[in-house]
Design a protein around this ligand. Structure first.
Ligand code: ASP
Ligand code: MG
Length: 405
């Protein structure tokens, strides 16, 4: 007997037939003799609609009331799924976040789970009752409903699996696993059987929208084995797990891309102590996240060019902040460029093997793709190139690292 947390996202519970389909999948786990808790999202589109209502009533709304509104989508699905399970003869009951309780901090709209008191849930689960828990929501220290940020029910599921010391957390979604790269762009992309937490974290934060980034951080911290699989087709998914569980490690596991970044170059910035602080300080104050940064050596010892990337959505704000400070920063020109894509190769194998970055550079060179900015971490090499090369670069790199199916 195992203890399993199953999570179903919005498309998996998108209508009543799909909810019945979910109930059949849950029943199958119960029939195998497992103890099961299920976490569900709102039906697809519902949360968007609720967010939109809030915006229509008040563009700058009270975050506590926002949570009151947007948390309701999940209440509908837990009730419906519990009914569907009962229809199949499976004992089940629904749990709102506050009923469990799932306790969070007070950051309404983006709360973090602090503790989950699982006593009552476990008592009932061991008696054969399926716990159907609302994702995305919790109870704040102000005794009010909180929500965890968009996509937060992944985090609810992983947190619940950690609290229940579950053997596995199965995340059912509309894709059947984690791929070596985006299969819509690279037809030869392959589904991975296993991927490490570290790699998944990089993929998730680079925009592979399979799992919410925070849920991967949580899984890594508590060593929760997470399986990503399809709720529509019956094939094995991808297991996100510890490095030790992966016998045949690839040098590179995946190639990710992000079109969400934009590049800013400051031409002829004074090359003296304190300049970087003077540039990035005001950006941080304006809540602009900076990702890649390169600074050149100055030719004359007095001036240098500085290039960095920010989120595309922040480009205008960043430009405005820096333009206002042009006189004090003393740069000559600001050149914004949103026609860029960040491409990253990811793999824990590169910790112990040299040459991964070199292969990336030579592959792009063969295709005559110019690299504008480079950054690396222990398990990742990222380059910034012109956006029109996205497809060409992804396909070439996918072959170069031997990832083609
Ligand atoms: N229903 C919430 C959302 O749409 C939470 C989730 O689906 O994970 O963001
Ligand atoms: Mg989701």
């Amino acid at each position: 007997m195992a203890r399993i947390v199953m999570k179903f996202g919005g498309t998996s519970v998108g209508d009543c037939d799909r909810i019945k389909n979910v109930a059949r999948r849950v029943k199958a786990e119960v029939d195998r003799g497992n103890e099961v808790a299920v976490v569900v999202s709102a039906m697809s589109g519902v949360t968007n609609q609720l967010v939109d209502y809030c915006k229509q009533i008040a563009p700058l709304h009270d975050a506590r009331e926002y949570d009151t509104v947007v948390s309701t989508g999940e209440q509908v699905t837990i009730g419906l799924l519990s009914m569907a399970l009962q229809e199949l003869g499976v004992q089940a009951r629904s749990w709102m976040g506050w009923q469990v309780p799932i306790l969070t901090d007070g950051a309404h709209g983006k709360a973090r789970i602090e503790t989950i008191e699982t006593g009552e849930l476990e008592r009932r689960m061991s008696g054969g009752q399926v716990a159907v828990v609302a994702g995305f929501q919790g109870l704040g220290p102000d005794n009010r409903v909180t929500t965890l940020g968009r996509g937060g029910s992944d985090t609810s599921a992983v947190a619940l699996a950690a609290a229940l010391k579950a053997d596995r957390c199965d995340i059912y979604t509309d894709v059947d696993g984690v791929y070596t790269t985006d299969p819509r762009i690279v037809a030869k992309a392959r589904k991975l059987d296993k991927i490490t937490y570290e790699e998944m974290l990089e993929l998730a934060s680079l925009g592979a929208k399979v799992l919410q980034t925070r849920s991967v951080e949580m899984a890594m911290k508590h060593r929760v084995r997470v399986q990503v699989l399809s709720s529509f087709v019956d094939v094995p998914g991808t297991l996100v797990c510890d490095e030790e569980e992966i016998v045949e490690k690839e040098l590179v596991s995946g190639i990710a891309y992000s079109r969400d970044e934009a590049k800013i170059t400051l031409v002829r910035v004074a090359d003296r102590p304190g300049v970087a602080a003077a540039i990035f300080g005001p950006l941080a104050d304006a809540n602009v996240n900076v990702d890649m940064i390169v600074q050149n050596v100055s030719e004359d010892g007095k001036h240098t060019d500085l290039t960095f990337t920010v989120g595309k959505a922040d480009l205008d704000r960043a430009t405005k902040v820096l333009s206002e400070k042009q006189a004090s920063l003393g740069y000559e020109r600001l050149v914004p460029d949103s026609n860029v894509v960040k491409i990253s190769v990811i793999g824990v194998g590169m910790r112990s093997h040299a040459g991964v970055a070199q292969k990336m550079f030579s592959t792009l060179a063969e295709k005559a793709i110019n690299i504008q900015v480079i950054t690396t971490s222990e398990i990742k090499v990222s380059v910034l190139v012109a956006e029109e090369y996205t497809e060409l670069a992804l396909r070439a790199l996918h072959s170069a690292y031997g990832l083609d199916a």
